[in-house]
Design a protein around this ligand. Sequence first.
Ligand code: GLN
Ligand code: ZN
Length: 786
Amino acid sequence: MTAPAHPVTPTGVAPLPQATILGYPRIGRRRELKRAVEAFWKGKISEEQLRVTARELRAATRARLVELGLPATGGAVPESFSFYDQVLDATLALGAIPSRFADVAETGSDLASYFALARGDESHQPLEMTKWFDTNYHYSVPELSAATPLAANAAALVAQLAEAAEQGIESRPVLVGPVTYLLLAKAADDAAEGFAPIDRLDEVVAVYGELLAALAAAGARWVQLDEPALVSDSLSVPRAEVLALVERAYTTLGAPAVGAARPAILLTAPYGDSSAALTRLGALPVEAVQADLVRGTLPEEALADGSLAAAFAGTQLVAGVVDGRNIWRTDLRAALALAQRISDAGIATVIGTSNSLQHVPHDVADETKLDARLASWLAFADQKVTQVATLARGLAEGAAAIEAELADTEAALADRAGAPGVRDARVRERAAAVTSADRSRADEGARRDAQRGIGVPELATTTIGSFPQTTEIRTARAAFVRGEIDQAAYDGFLREEIARVIRLQEEIGLDVLVHGEAERNDMVQYFAELLDGFAVTENGWVQSYGTRATRPSILWGDVSRPAPMTVAWSAYAQSLTEKPVKGMLTGPVTILAWSFVRDDQPLADTAEQVALALRDEIDDLVAAGITIVQVDEPALRELLPLDADRQAAYLDWSVGSFRLATSGAASEVQIHTHLCYSEFGEIIGAVDGLDADVTSIEAARSRMDVVDPLGDHGYSRGIGPGVYDIHSPRVPSAAEQEELIRIAAARIPGEQLWVNPDCGLKTRGYEETVASLTNLVQAARAVRGA
Ligand code: GLN
Ligand code: ZN
């Protein structure tokens, strides 16, 4: 079957080729960009040298994409490079330099001023960073007021287009779209009361119009504008209004003034379900619209009754059928069938990814230590590009043309389904036998009484778990991983480190101690390495923000715990002191959120298995004499679906899995949890629902903003709003921390209140840590004594 030919040339441009991706990882296969940028920051290489490295990386990416099967011409290859962040790039393309940076960055065209916005300098706080939709990628938040300048600066985009042309590739510039840009921006501190960045939509659209004209003049045939705001219910305006704003913006952008040229526009709606908006998006004066068909669905009714096709007459639909959020091989037959249904409805169909591939690692072939069988089930960015190209061929020439690939995938999927470890009967029987009684503890009053024996004072002081990860710790770990020191030597080193940290906390005078987490490379990977059902990668880096990348573990099979994971370290720490030492675990939701999780069963089912493993760990900790166990869930909010309709179900299973992990603990055992953010509004009921005896939470930067909602909610258990902002080396004075404790104490009864930093101390140095904690203890004592 051949796809129907559709005339898609309102601007006289040839249609987008039938295969494309929304974006590609940009840090480099071996994190070359990270190394070059950090060397530039340290003054070891010049701006020109950094630009050369970046140019080489971009050239290598384009060449690779063509090699993997994207057409070299017609705009199939996206230009998704960024030195740091794509939202920051848009800020510079718009010339929207916040007034507080006016002195450093007049044009933003030199890299020093670009990085000054991202990272701050002696005299400027950096732009705030926050999570990009429901991913673990963080972007630099634009700051706007009515006075922020706006002036198109297409230089970087035009230069990349020219580089591509030199390589013989017609690439497609990519920009965050105007509506999403403004909805992700915040009002600058100097903005007038009541100002919202979206108030400037028409002006910003005019600047985008200039950027498009500049790109057209430079020879761009296509441009991609990303509007993930279309799929989110978590923005400052309701989703229906986002759609209306997008219509307003693109009606203008699509119909430039007489005589002005523009490239054809691909408008994308990644990261979620745009089905309710799709017909209206198809009717806009743009040449292609992308829909995420992994997270999202098709508007079936409109597809069946022809109204979708009518809206898409003259517009291509990029079917995002290859998952850009995960690392599993696509079920090619199902993906082809989905795309074929769209095409059969008379819509010009392009095969694409659900979102940019920036959230997956480069290449499975770079993994030398993964089990070969597991590797055969995986697809990183490069494999996904091949899948896109294959599906496009299948759509153009019929399924028979790609029968070999379809059969090969099918065999891999069947192999995966039947492989040992993917389904473990014992794990499944146990999960099936879970009852609601397994998710509840005695009532909190009884627990409070039972826990008096632990002996913590009012306004008890504690930390969140990790102590500074020093160069010595990293060096010892690296030596152990390389086999240069043996297990006994490494364990001995860690025991000394734990003993040192315990002594230090006693000297400082903290009430509830921690062992310091020196043995953990990462709060998820540490557990992934010890649990069955997980694998870890060598080169599976994914950008978290700027030059920071993480290596998520792969959760591929049923999860169980072959042996205790933390008990020896915690018991050793407890043996050194009379004070209680907290056992320290990462919760089921966070373990899932920061791993690549199997896609063959609901997340909820996987979370239950992780919870049962943690439940056993808590039992063992308690049996070893631990009386307080902290189960961290910093990612609880991150996984909250963007789609309001799906939030209740999520909160239900996520809270349920935490409770399953912790409810085996007797009343005498105090369960703590830790959350890393201060915007509570949407999930306060869920936080309460965790039923932890004590919850520590980030609060210092927002000056205890969390306290009021908690008070209003009638939160009745222990709460530790952070009084020490650990995100910078700055040492908060005792007076400053005392003031924060008093703000909290005015709202929360003293017997509920704990005193702790915002988060773990692993990124801090010892000098500032000791000074800050000493002040923290002094502040708590001052408030207690009053
Ligand atoms: N216990 C962890 C630590 O202190 C918590 C880290 C986190 O909240 N991200 O490092
Ligand atoms: Zn934290």
